[in-house]
Design a protein around this ligand. Sequence first.
Ligand SMILES: C[S@@+](CC[C@H](N)C(=O)[O-])C[C@H]1O[C@@H](n2cnc3c(N)ncnc32)[C@H](O)[C@@H]1O
Length: 224
Amino acid sequence: MKINDRLKLIGDLVKANSFCLDIGCDHALLDIYLVKKNKNIKAIASDVAEGPLEIAKKNIKRERLEGKIETRLGDGLDTYSDEVDTVIISGMGGRNMIGIMKNHLELLSKIDTFILSPNNYQEDVKRFLCSRGFYISDERLVREKKYIYQIIVFEKGKKKYNNLDYFFGPILRKNKDKLFLEYFTREMVSREILIKMLPKGYFFKKLKTKKEIKNIKEELKDVK
Ligand SMILES: C[S@@+](CC[C@H](N)C(=O)[O-])C[C@H]1O[C@@H](n2cnc3c(N)ncnc32)[C@H](O)[C@@H]1O
């Protein structure tokens, strides 16, 4: 089955022998890729919506992978089970992801690895998990069609981060490749547009956005 570069990269970041819970699996393309690539990976493909999960079931059956991928209908971490060590959530908003984790704070200590690819509010997601016993062990940018996505891997442990680390990503800002330059140039342009459109009275939002633009300019200064 065909898989896009974003899902493939997420799959490639999963450790051998993992037991994954893929929340918001849609058609289970990631899970199928994962278990085909690595014999020792098992997965629960879960989704809150019946329609996508029905298609996921058909895809899994067609590939004869029912013994390796279980499907579960449910909201977020409601579909967690004790064998799971790695939780993957991708292709949804960061606030939705934080909501999913907040709904089951008691499970966070049982999970070794989170692989998250939020469409927005990435900084909030990083702050949330890093204040709850996780650190960022890997970070990637990947292009899919006209968008660039962040993929962030969290593992149990503690590391100190400053505000710029949370904003740019502590590992991304160490590597600073061409995609980093393109991603944050786009972030800067969208903020410049926002500032022009903000109605009067949004004083603090304007101030924060201006500061972010300044930080981006500073951060990109030495990228070749
Ligand atoms: C845009 S698709 C992303 C599919 C795939 N994960 C990807 O990255 O391409 C988002 C999926 O998340 C599901 N979803 C949204 N909120 C959810 C939640 N709270 N719990 C489980 N699934 C959820 C939706 O039903 C949908 O199938």
